[in-house]
Design a protein around this ligand. Sequence first.
Ligand code: PNS
Length: 156
Amino acid sequence: MDENKKIAVFPGSFDPITNGHMDILKRALALFDKVIVAVLNNENKTPQFSAEVRVQMIKESTQGLRVEVESFSGLLTNYVKEKNAVVIRSLRATSDFENEFQMSVMNNHLSPQMETVFLMTRKEYLFLSSSAVKEVAKFGGNVKDMVPEPVLKRLV
Ligand code: PNS
């Protein structure tokens, strides 16, 4: 039964998912019974990839893993309450900290029972971000080692 399972929600824009996200996801799977990757579908933002394509790329990249992939809109706290889960976020350098700290405090204010677990990025992925990947790909740079194959084929 799902009630006894430890479930984590890994939310983000994932525009697109990178190997840094994949590393966090795999490490979260070692800690939780199931991880739900929740792709933010935000009408106020214009992502490079639609929510449907982002979900599809993550599904293709996580085949064989204990992972569900969905899109969500609205408040993360509402989504997470429904799933009875904790939230996983990653921290790269100190620059991520302030934003993540603010977000987790706000989420905790909105939903005091909700916990956020932070996993620190491995050094190989310190430099990696979805925006950097898009920028490099846009100008013809090689992003082969930065994203999973299903993303690479859509970026190139
Ligand atoms: O990959 P990102 O863009 O850093 O992810 C940010 C995300 C999706 C986790 C965050 O923007 C979010 O939770 N958005 C949903 C709206 C919400 O709940 N906002 C209140 C938190 S301050």
